[in-house]
Design a protein around this ligand. Structure first.
Ligand SMILES: [Zn+2]
Length: 409
């Protein structure tokens, strides 16, 4: 029974769609611009911005460009401020105003932070799960509307059959919507650095209820940090708005069979936006330069410290017979610069049985080392004693005497 009712609703919907198509000479006279979400429906949320605000900023810039360059094409907005409008009222506005085109402007979002690019949808059954999910996200706004089931013919965006719900939908304006959508994607390719994700079909409620050529464009990913910055920049917003503007003019030419030359993208973007972008880039480059210089300086400092300590090590590692005073033993390896060695000269250390042994002083004869040991004792190292090394190998006093005698010969 429910299925039968649904069928009826769709055939009614279908016939009303077909009736709405008029046979008068085709002109593009009125366009409805629909900034997605608004008010307590923020849409996707980025790190520094909300989708509803970006959608509105781009939509207002688009309207501004049309008013400046495409008069007398009339612009009607579904919203011009940050407030919420039910999806059905957005479509109804387009139908009531007898608009010739409906453009819904949105920003995309994905759990994958690397996802990027633009894509434009026309109403239809989604062919891939990704497109079903895309529509689901945007359609979810109706869950916050009162009596949504009633208003949308029992449609439930969360139902697994939500795509099938539109199985009998036929769009009298599909062809025109597709022309506009593909022109828009081409403009995005020419005028922005964003990836082209193409033209797609998915069951967007805001398009489904609209009885005029209609598209929903996702102008970049708010979830991608780099793209979110671009979407927030004046230049980015103007480049996107100008791309939509140029696609509209191309579509208008196509529809009316007239060839009006397209303005250049540069002529559509205010100088201030370009200047601000240049400034931001320069600032960014400067900050990067400073960062690199600081990094380089830190590395140089590190290198020179290393060189110094290597040089110090070389001085310490004297060859031949050396007498030192051992005063401290530790499991941990300490730096010769460590505070605990303050006031002691020529710190040198060696490892013996997994213990680090620390010595001070460096003498050529036993007597000088013994004298120095007295000084060390006075500094609190009462157990200090003389150790002897031959080419860095610890040896006994007897062995040292033998070497000394041999050297005298
Ligand atoms: Zn959205």
């Amino acid at each position: 029974m429910r299925y039968f009712l649904l069928l009826c609703i769709f055939f009614v919907g279908l016939s009303s769609n077909v009736e709405a198509q008029d046979s008068s000479p085709k002109r593009l006279k009125k366009i409805v611009i629909d900034p997605g979400h608004g008010g307590d429906k923020p849409g996707a949320i980025g790190k520094i911005s909300k989708e509803k605000d970006l959608n509105l900023a781009i939509s207002l810039k688009l309207g501004e460009l049309i008013n400046q360059h495409l008069k007398p094409l009339e612009v009607v907005y579904t919203r011009k401020t940050d407030h919420d409008v039910d999806l059905i009222r957005r479509s109804q506005l387009a139908n009531r105003e007898k608009a010739d085109m409906f453009i819904s402007i949105h920003c995309n979002a994905s759990k994958n932070k690397d996802a990027s690019g633009t894509e434009t949808f026309v109403m239809g059954l989604a062919k891939t799960q990704a497109n079903i999910e895309a529509a689901k996200k945007e359609n979810a706004d109706i869950l916050l509307e009162a009596n949504y089931a009633e208003k949308y013919d029992g449609f439930d965006p969360n139902s697994p059959e939500s795509n099938i719900f539109f199985a009998f939908y036929q769009n009298a304006y599909l062809e025109q919507s597709l022309v506009l959508a593909s022109k828009l994607q081409e403009q995005f390719i020419s005028n922005t650095k964003m990836l082209n994700r193409g033209v797609k079909q998915a069951p967007y409620l805001v398009l489904y209820k609209t009885s005029v050529p209609a598209i929903l464009t996702e102008v970049g990913f708010i979830s991608n940090p780099k793209e979110e910055l671009y979407l927030n920049s004046q230049l980015g917003q103007y480049e996107i708005a100008a791309s939509i503007f140029l696609a509209i003019q191309q579509y208008k030419n196509h529809l009316e069979g007239v060839i009006r030359p397209l303005p250049s993208i540069a002529s559509l973007i205010p100088h201030e936006a370009i200047k601000a972008d240049k400034l931001a880039r320069e600032r960014e480059a400067l900050a990067k330069e400073k960062e690199e210089a600081a990094k380089l300086l830190a590395q140089k400092l590190k290198d020179s410290l290393k060189q110094e300590s290597n040089a110090a090590d070389t001085i310490m590692n004297e060859c031949g017979l050396v007498y030192r005073v051992q005063f401290y033993t530790d499991k941990a390896k300490k730096s010769p610069e460590s505070n605990i060695f303050k006031g002691l000269d020529s710190i040198w250390m060696y490892n013996d049985n997994d213990l680090w042994k620390y010595t001070s002083g460096s003498f050529k004869d036993f007597k000088s080392a013994m004298d120095y040991r007295e000084k060390i004792k006075k500094k609190g190292y009462k157990d200090a004693f003389v150790v002897i090394f031959n080419n860095d190998e610890r040896i006994s006093l007897a062995k040292a005497k033998e070497i000394e005698n041999n050297n005298k010969k």
